[in-house]
Every structure is written in C-alpha cells, then in structure tokens.
Design a binder for this molecule. Structure first.
Ligand SMILES: [Zn+2]
Ligand SMILES: [Zn+2]
Length: 107
C-alpha cells in the first residue's frame, strides 16, 4: 500500500484553493474600493471649491474646457478627469496668471 500525503489534509485541496482565491479576491476588491473612496474624499475640497492653487497661490478654475495633451481632444469638466477620447490623464495644468504648472494635488 502506497501512502499519499494528499489524502490526509482533511480538506480537498481544490476547496482550499477556491477559498484562498475568494479571500484574496475579496481583500483585493475591498482594498481597491477603499482606495477609490479615499481618493474621492481627498478630492472633495477641490470639487466643492471648484478651484486649484498654483505654487504662487493663484486660484485656477478646476472645471472648464481642457485640451488633452495627448490627443488634443477638447472637453469640458474637471481638470484632472480622464480624456473622453484617449482616456489619458493630465499630469498638470498651467496657471493662467503666472504660467506655473499645477500638478494633480491628489496623485
Ligand atoms: Zn486625449
Ligand atoms: Zn499662478
């Protein structure tokens, strides 16, 4: 009689694997959901005030017409929203007063 170690684990290995995958997937989805929630909460002050601040403190409208730096598509909305055409994200916008760049404050 040959002894097989796999038959003495108590639980079928397939079930253990399925539980492990489920736990990992649930943790991952929960982490992603929390991360999106945190990002949204951190954006709230900008979303509510509607302005960004350049390094010199000038107020720059966070909402308006923006030209995508990648595909040149012009769209209206939040300055750091995804481009509706190519889904690219702006890494910065230019202050209209002093010309300094303003990076997305929440990245
Ligand atoms: Zn684009
Ligand atoms: Zn400025």
């Amino acid at each position: 009689m040959a002894r097989s170690g796999g038959k003495h684990l108590g639980l079928p290995i397939g079930l253990v694997l399925r539980i492990a995958v489920w736990v990992i997937a649930t943790l991952w989805l929960g982490t992603v959901a929390c991360w999106h929630g945190v990002r949204l909460v951190r954006r709230l002050p900008v979303l509510l005030s509607g302005t960004l601040r350049c390094p010199r403190g000038h107020a720059v409208a966070a909402f308006g017409a923006w030209s995508c730096g990648v595909c040149r598509y012009t769209f209206e909305g939040y300055a750091f929203a995804r481009c509706p055409s190519c889904h690219g994200l702006a890494s910065y916008v230019i202050c209209q007063t002093c010309g300094l760049g303003i990076r997305d404050p929440h990245v």
